[in-house]
Design a protein around this ligand. Sequence first.
Ligand code: 5GP
Ligand code: MN
Length: 336
Amino acid sequence: MLELAKLRNFLEQPRHIVITTHHKPDGDAMGSSLGLYNYLIQQGHHVKVITPTDYPDFLSWMPGNGEVIIYTDNVQQSAELVAAAELIFCLDFNTLSRINELGELVRTSHALKVMIDHHLEPEDFDDYRHWDIKACASAQLVYDFIVNQLHHKELIDKDVATCLYTGIMTDSASFKLPNTTSSVHRIVADLIDLGANNATIHDQVYSNISEERLRFTGYCISNKLEVFHEFNTSLITVNKSELEHYHVETGDTEGIVNYGLSIEGVKLTAFIVERKGKVKLSLRSKGEFPANEICKKYFNGGGHRNAAGGESTDSLAEVIEKFKSILPTYKKLLMQ
Ligand code: 5GP
Ligand code: MN
């Protein structure tokens, strides 16, 4: 492991740096990556953010977004950048399988690797780690890294603050998950003082959707929601033809899972969607119920206790059946 003092030293000269984050990036993935990007470029580093896949329009407005390279659209250029990098920041993921083919490039690269992350069970591929599962967002850890480890609070400008605010806001579900501690609120207050415009950011992320997406959400809630009162569980499932009918694009399904958890008494909810060649699951839970355990044990996934995901190559119908068949095992926990 690299010592912090050595990393600080290393960053004193302009370096070739790559920042990468998990596939299908969410608000925290993009917010933490672009927050760190906007900080590093102020010091003359050559920095590129490479995402393994594309990401939704409601995340495509943050400062620095125009410079982001999407691996699947720029395979050769991404490989060259990773090969030339002296330092690679791995943000908001901790196993190389979360960055698809980029994983092998990062693994074999001679660059120093820094992991900034808040997920369970990190893989051992990094040289320096700022990792804390209690953090509500990787963007919170980037703030802490810049302010308390690199002592550069003065370099948090409006751009950095805007991106980090977005990461914390989205991963804490607008400051309402249990890990939104008083220190998170203090950080967020700082970010507002440093230039983040909270009302504008909320609007950009949450009030900027297409009419079709809103109608699709309505369809999911009124036609596709099932509630299993005997297990305090709800479920929304969507098949490929429904996605096609509503012209659903990347990110359009994000957030739908949360509606199932807003029903009184419901402790666990799942959103199961048929994607190209696989079925993807998103689980959300309340309190102590371990959504990540279900994803890990049964659906090749993982995540946090209250927000987890997984996938399967079985058919949609099989995955739905499997999910339902698991519920009796957890009945006691669900009915507490
Ligand atoms: P979402 O439901 O928003 O796709 O994912 C919620 C959380 O679950 C993510 O922040 C991530 O930690 C985790 N997650 C989602 N999908 C996967 C997966 O396929 N594998 C693992 N290990 N974690 C996942
Ligand atoms: Mn995150």
